[in-house]
Design a protein around this ligand. Structure first.
Ligand code: GTP
Length: 170
């Protein structure tokens, strides 16, 4: 009994946290030290197979700059999964991530599968947000949590596989 599902996934988070870089790592296996800031949003697709389920991700990579904030609902409306990204070297980006989580909890799809992602773990020497802080916040708010690096590829495929697994259960 093969099953195909198509799902909308959205990435949200402060500018420069690595949303585009995570998607490019997952979709194309690429990483750029000088990744340009996204304007508005960018769209990508990728297919993952899990046992008998094929999941086609329609990925909306939103722009983190504050001036694009009002566009965000267009991208998270109808999304089955959301990835909220912060940068472990920036406490501000962690605070911004919490704001996104609150907005999604108030206005997102009630069955939304939400992941909190702490990116740039390759920059351990510049870390400002402890692993436990992210983990605790995620636990208290019913989110899944992963630390990643788009640069080293640490946990990037795992992130999308975890999301796919959760979607395949539904
Ligand atoms: P906006 O489009 O402005 O919202 O930014 P974004 O969240 O999409 O971030 P982007 O992927 O453009 O990355 C911003 C910068 O951080 C780029 O210079 C990337 O090379 C860098 N970067 C992204 N991920 C990582 C990572 O895991 N480690 C390191 N060291 N740098 C990263």
């Amino acid at each position: 009994s093969n099953k195909n599902i198509q799902v909308k996934l959205v990435l949200l988070g402060d500018m420069g946290t690595g949303k585009t870089s995570l998607v490019l790592r997952f979709v194309k296996g690429q990483f750029f030290d000088f990744q340009e800031s996204t304007i508005g949003a960018a769209f990508f697709t990728q297919v993952l197979s899990l046992n008998e389920v094929t999941i086609k991700f329609d990925i909306w990579d939103t722009a983190g700059q504050e001036r694009y904030h009002s566009l965000a609902p267009m991208y998270y409306r109808g999304a089955a999964a959301a990835v909220v990204v912060y940068d472990i070297t920036s406490m501000d980006s962690f605070e911004r991530a919490k704001k996104w989580v609150q907005e999604l909890q108030r206005q997102g799809n009630p069955n939304l599968i939400m992941f909190l992602v702490a990116n740039k773990v390759d920059l351990e020497e510049k870390r400002k947000v402890k692993n436990e802080e992210g983990e605790l916040y995620a636990q208290e708010n019913g989110l899944s949590f992963l630390e990643t690096s788009a640069k080293s590829a640490h946990n990037v495929n795992e992130l999308f596989y975890e999301i796919a697994k959760r979607l395949a259960e539904v």
